[in-house]
Structure formats: C-alpha cells, structure tokens
Design a protein. Structure first.
Length: 382
C-alpha cells in the first residue's frame, strides 16, 4: 500500500475572471467537472477555452498529458485522464503520476472509490475533498507491469460494456425509426382530440393530500405509490413508498391499474411508462399524470410511442418560449392525435415486442458485465 501523496503530485486549477474578455476564447483547453460523465476515459477537449493571457494572469499551469483528473466538488469523484495538455477550474484535485503508479491503473482505482471519496467530503454548503485528504488516500500498489495488466482487464470490460450500451441505444433508435416509417405521414390517418379516446386522464392529487408523514412501511401499507421515478426509469424496480388503507380510501380516485400509462409532469417532464398488467394496486403521486386509453381505439404500446412524440413537441415549444412548462391533462386532451386502425397499431406493437426481446438479452449481458467489473474492483482495490 502507498498513499497517493507519495506516488503522485496533486494539483488543482482556477477560473480566469469571466469579466475579462481577453482571457477567454483562446486555444487553451480548460475543463470543468460538468464535462465529465461516468463513461469518460481520456478527455481530449473542453467546452470553453482560455487564452495564454488568461492562463498566465490566473496563475494556471498545464496539466501534463496523462494526468489523472479527479473532481473534488460538485460532484466528488468524476474521473478521467488528460489526453493532451490542458488546464482546469478549481473543482478538481488532479494527480500527476510518478513512475511508481500507472495512470490507467490509478484511474480505475479512483472509479472504484466514488462512494468512499464522497464520504471524505467536508463542508457545510457543499462537500469537497481537500488536497491533503486526497494525498492520504491509500492505494494497493503492485509492480507497474502488474498494474498495467490489471488496467488492461478493466479496459476490455469497459469496451464490452460500452458496446452493450451502444447496442441498446441502436435498438431504441430502431423502434423509433419504425414508428416514423409507419406513422410519420400524419395526413394518412384520421385525427381526434385525445380526450375523446381516453377513459381517464388527470394529474395526481394536490401535494397537501399526500405528505411525507402519510407514507408508511411496506408491512403497514395497503398499496404502493406510483411516482416520477417509475416513469423516468421505466421500471417497477425502484425504491417504493406505501400508504395505509384509510389514505387509499381518501385518494382512491387516483388509483393506478396495470395497463395505465403514467407521465412525469414536474422537473423531468414527459417521461412515460406503461404500468405492467400484473403490477400491484397503487395511487398516483402529485408529480405524475395517468392516462387510461380506450382499448377499442389504441394499442397501449403504439400509444406510448405516439404520446412520446407529442410530448417532445410540447417540450420544444416550452423551450422555445424560454419557460419550463408542466404537462397538463386539459391541454393534452385538446391535442389531436392520429387514430390508425387497430391492426396497423398491433403490427407496430409486435415489432416493438421483438425489439424489446433483443434489448432484454443485451441488458442481461450488460448487467453481467457490470457485476464482473464490480467483482474485479473488489478483488484488486478492496
């Protein structure tokens, strides 16, 4: 074991004055934590660039190529490797490796320690890890050749994980492309206001009707609460909250049944989810809308795609106005939706089902790879 401060030089950065125009829009790359995500490995460019004057006046130094970049606040633990010389803001504690530590090995070590790094954060307004905290983190340190072998294993795993994610994205695009191919020409279909073709469509209860003190344990719960996270993550496999029978009786008008479509209506607007037919009884959280379509008019799978297209248009209009608007049932009900024949809708739904079967196979492979990666991180880094 070795402390990071013994095998790395740890440096940070800063931000040139934004009010001085001559400091900005130069040729020097200058990164912020917002530019890193969980898949970032080597970072080669930045969103903003600074000038030589801005660099000199701010006292910035170049991070050498190969420096391991670690975000130290807002949030803690984003990691990457500098693919070329660059500068950064004050949101990093960067590690310039000595000959004793291989940078890619260090990168994967830090990736495995995100939760631990966050636990080390200090500060009242927002947590941050200091230079001294990073210097005192201990790292297992085998011979450099072994470090390279370990890093190579993780790189191969990451490549496979990335491939599976790409496959999932392409399958999503395949279904969307098929939808456009079959239904893109809206003039070919009758249109009717949505309100005519739903059995129920409304937003959840007032927030005052469902407060945190109304939630009970699963053991004491009568039914679950469907929330935004179900629509956003498109799964039942999320942490669930419950209410007791008296509260259900009070709010049963807002009950959710299998086959209902729920829509996120606050913050993250317009995410949809078809509640599985065998899903448990539940009531709506105030942050979602419920749509129960008439089975004689719409296939749910087709309607879900159609609804997503309408909600995208709504979002584009909202963004164009500069105002983040919530989705309302009354406005959506007035919108005219195409009404293709049920056999034509079923044809599309069958195609989606085949795509979903392929997605499930790829997803299972992805989950196995993620588990393998976690196991290897535990084996090598503890």
């Amino acid at each position: 074991m070795a402390k990071l401060g013994e095998v790395c030089t740890i440096v940070s950065g800063s931000t040139p004055k934004t009010s001085v125009t001559s400091y900005w829009d130069g040729n020097i790359k200058w990164i912020t934590p917002a530019e890193l995500n969980e898949d970032t490995f080597y970072i080669m460019d930045s969103v903003r660039h600074i000038t030589e004057e801005g660099k000199e006046k701010t006292g910035l130094s170049y991070l050498p190529t190969g420096t391991v970049i670690l975000s130290s606040r807002a949030p803690i633990g984003k990691t990457a490797i500098a693919g070329c010389e660059m500068c950064c803001n004050q949101g990093f504690k960067n590690l310039i490796c000595s000959d004793a530590v291989y940078n890619e090995y260090l990168y994967f070590f830090l990736k495995s320690k995100t939760d631990y790094l966050n636990s080390l954060g200090r500060g009242a307004t927002f947590k941050e890890i200091s230079k001294s905290i990073v210097e005192n983190i201990e790292i297992p340190l085998p011979e450099v050749n072994q470090q390279k072998e370990i890093a190579e294993k993780f790189k191969k795993l990451e490549q496979l994980i990335s491939l599976r994610k790409q496959q999932l994205a392409k399958l999503d695009e395949l279904a969307k492309a098929r939808f456009v191919e079959m239904f893109g020409d809206e003039q070919a279909f009758n249109k009717e206001p949505l309100s005519q073709n739903v059995e129920e469509m409304f937003i959840g209860p007032f927030g005052s009707s469902l407060k945190n003190e109304n939630f009970v344990s699963k053991e004491n719960g009568y039914c679950m609460v469907y929330e935004q996270k179900h629509a956003i993550r498109k799964t039942m496999d999320v942490e669930t909250r419950y209410i007791d029978k008296p509260k259900y009786e009070e709010l049963k008008r807002f009950s959710i049944h299998g086959g209902d479509i729920i829509v996120s209506c606050r913050g993250t607007i317009g995410e949809t989810y078809i509640v599985p037919l065998n899903a448990p009884l539940g009531i709506m959280h105030p942050s979602i809308m419920k749509i129960r379509v008439k089975d004689s008019i719409y296939n749910r799978v087709f309607f879900d795609f159609l609804l997503q297209e309408k909600l995208k248009q709504h979002e584009a209009q909202a963004n164009g106005s500069g105002v983040k608007m919530a989705v309302t049932a009354s406005a959506l009900g007035k919108e005219e939706f195409i009404v293709p024949s049920i056999p034509f809708q079923n044809q599309f739904a069958a195609f989606v089902e085949r795509v979903d079967q392929q997605k499930q196979t790829v997803q299972q492979s992805l989950e196995k790879l993620e588990l393998m990666k976690k196991a290897l991180m535990q084996e090598y880094f503890g």
